[in-house]
Ligand binder design. Structure first.
Ligand code: SAH
Ligand code: SF4
Length: 341
């Protein structure tokens, strides 16, 4: 019988397994601690568990299913992991240190079905959804390999999280739980291209998790060109969902806007963005575009980025400009693309 992966398994599944084995439930706490705190990679190491239980665990479960195929380090400290999940599928996960913080950028799909014209992940196509256990294992593997604890998690790697809703939801149950990684919801951000019904559902399920929405254009025609799924979910529909989300959560939404020279970065574009976002509890994060192969767009010049920011600020909108990280190892936004079968 094939062994089941213990990493990322829902706590309730571990409790039921212990019960069917006639083991006391307090063993679960010890197991959680060995997995998520100490990152034990063998059952032998779980020294406070009785030998019989360790043997039973070893006969039933594996500790992790992935293989780290490559680790690349940037000169700015960013580290990119290429992680293979059997039977097929590889994703990239990026650790971004900044002062005493460590942000982990997680992938949710092998590739992405949305196909944004400026994103290497989208241009490479879609293979499959990651399972919730695989998403949890991204955190486990990186923390184990690097001997660190990530204090911010961002779902901004490969894939569209809200198109893999159930798995991202379950992964967060483990990541956020005191019986899992214990990562606070307010330290977690999910970035979505904008799937209206899922945004509202997310607000109900995870009101404390930060939401980032990839806007990138103030008009449907332009946005549909950049983000094909806009033909299905128009700006009006997504903005309607954001308003509903805000009514549920009362939490500030980050609006991500990638800037491309003379494509979506004029002052008029900025004015239109300001108009659409007027009176909404949002903050705009401008992302200077990162050049990817197969895309013909050029990143906006620093002057145009600043001018765009000024128009928004003049209209009372909070703006930040995202710093590029890990560019020398293709680990910056939109550059994750390695998909091996
Ligand atoms: N699918 C989700 C999350 C992953 S992408 C989403 O689209 O929101 C994370 C962010 O990187 C998004 O805001 C996305 O638009 C941005 N991005 C994608 N390609 C980029 C590129 N080439 N340069 C800069 N940002 C990019
Ligand atoms: Fe997918 Fe996000 Fe890339 Fe668009 S930007 S293709 S939604 S990962």
């Amino acid at each position: 019988m094939e062994k089941r992966n213990l990493i990322g398994l829902l706590p309730s599944d571990i409790y039921s397994w212990l019960e069917t084995e006639g083991e006391p439930s307090f063993r679960a706490q010890q197991i959680f601690q060995w997995i998520y705190e100490k990152k034990a990679d063998s059952f032998d190491k779980m020294s406070n568990l009785p030998l019989t239980l360790r043997e039973k665990l070893d006969g039933t479960f594996s500790l992790g299913s992935s293989r780290v195929e490559e680790v690349q380090k940037s000169k700015d400290g960013t580290v990119k992991f290429l992680i293979r999940f059997p039977p097929q599928g590889t994703v990239e996960t990026v650790l971004i240190p900044h002062l005493d913080h460590r942000t982990l950028c997680l992938s949710t799909q092998v590739g992405c079905p949305v196909g944004c014209t400026f994103c290497a992940t989208g241009l490479a196509g879609f293979r499959r959804n990651l399972t919730y256990q695989e998403i949890v294992e991204e955190v486990w593997v990186v923390e184990k390999e690097m001997g660190v604890v990530a204090n911010n998690l961002v779902f901004m790697g490969m894939g569209e999280p809200l198109l893999n809703y159930e798995n991202v939801h379950r992964a967060l149950q483990v990541i956020n739980s005191p019986e899992g990684f214990r990562k606070g919801a307010r330290r977690i951000t999910v970035s979505t291209v904008g799937i209206p019904d899922k945004i509202v559902k997310w607000g109900r399920d995870w009101p404390e998790v930060n939401l980032a929405w990839s806007m990138h254009a103030p008009r449907d025609e332009l946005r549909s060109w950049l983000i094909p799924i806009n033909k299905v979910y128009s700006l009006e529909q997504v903005l309607g969902a954001i308003k509903e989300y805000l009514a549920i959560t009362h939490r500030r939404v980050t609006v991500e806007y990638t800037l491309w020279q003379e494509i979506n970065d004029s002052k008029e574009d900025a004015q239109e963005v300001a108009k659409l976002l007027k009176n909404l509890l949002v903050h705009v994060n401008l992302i200077p575009g990162n050049l990817v192969s197969y895309s013909t767009f050029s990143p906006s010049s620093p002057e145009r980025v600043k001018a765009f920011a000024s128009v928004l600020e003049e209209r009372g909108i909070k703006v930040t400009i995202r710093k590029r990280r890990g560019q020398d190892i293709q680990a910056a936004c939109g550059e994750l693309y390695r998909i091996y079968s």
